[in-house]
Design a protein around this ligand. Structure first.
Ligand code: NAI
Length: 256
């Protein structure tokens, strides 16, 4: 039995992934605000420390996989706290348990928003692991009326962090692939408000065009994450894989 820690298991993509993994016989240690094996708030340093300590205890210090799905999408500093610092702290904290496993794998959930306009200063502060500054800059962005840049900023920073750390001795050197799935629009409770009025939906369809099969279900994203943390993925690392109905290709164009 493989033992895999998954954050965000109470809803959406994390919930779908936990179901798929359990169906194939894996043991899942879920982490979420509630309704999980480990109830913890990944927005705060204390909550992250509690999450890491509890998962380490439940797993006996050995983990075959870690997948960070928990996230929020509001135009507020909370989004930076959860989507960047909550994810990186969980992965860093659990890395020793991954290193202790035979074929460890790790994955995070990015977003097509990671290629949309971000606040470069927030991104830099995230990459400096300076949460105080990142949050002060996030507050300032909200005051300027640019809170909508915080979600893209959190996902841009996460993608860059992934590229930096995946190839280091700590990750690659310990045989731990670390990759991201970046979805387009996925039908989950997070995206539900976007469908509440027609004008908002039109703006979204323009921002995230999905010529291949339209909006995705949570299961489709979970299937891709499942492969990233399967033993079969022995040689892919540092990659952000767009499972987005073609949105990234439309938005960035045909030149690779
Ligand atoms: P969701 O809202 O259905 O599920 C997110 C889960 O994360 C919830 O169970 C929530 O309680 C948990 N969570 C939020 N804040 C937390 C905190 N402080 N501590 C612990 N757990 C916390 O959302 P969904 O759609 O499943 O999102 C999962 C990931 O996918 C997120 O990282 C999101 O940014 C990403 N994503 C979602 C897209 C969509 O269209 N739904 C598109 C692109 C990326």
């Amino acid at each position: 039995t493989r033992r895999i820690a998954v954050s965000g298991t109470a809803s959406g993509i994390g919930q779908a992934l936990a179901r798929l993994l359990r169906e194939q016989g894996d043991e899942v240690i879920g982490v979420d605000l509630r309704d999980a094996e480990v109830n913890a708030d990944l927005a705060t340093p204390e909550g992250r420390a509690h999450a890491v300590a509890s998962v380490l205890e439940l797993s006996g210090g050995v983990l075959d996989g870690v997948v960070a799905c928990a996230g929020v999408s509001g135009p507020t500093p909370l989004t930076v706290r959860v989507n960047f610092f909550g994810v990186t702290a969980l992965l860093d904290g659990l890395r020793p348990a991954l290193a202790a496993a035979e074929r460890p794998r790790a994955a995070v959930v990015g977003s097509i928003a990671g290629i949309q306009p971000a606040d470069d200063n927030v991104v830099e502060a995230c990459l400096d692991d300076d949460e105080r500054t990142a949050l002060a800059l996030s507050d300032a962005a909200v005051e300027r009326g640019e809170g909508r840049r915080l979600y893209p900023s959190s996902k841009t920073a996460l993608a860059r962090w992934l590229r930096r750390v995946s190839i280091t001795p700590e990750w690659a050197g310990n045989g731990i692939p670390l990759n991201a799935i970046a979805p387009g629009v996925v039908l989950t409770p997070m995206s539900a408000p976007l469908f509440e009025d027609e004008a908002m939906r039109q703006v979204m369809d323009k921002a995230v065009p999905m010529p291949l099969n339209g909006y995705a279900s949570a299961e489709v994203i979970a299937e891709a994450l499942r492969w990233l943390v399967a033993p079969a993925n022995s040689h892919m690392t540092g990659q952000v894989i767009y499972v987005d109905g073609g949105a990234e290709t439309v938005l960035r164009g045909p030149v690779y």
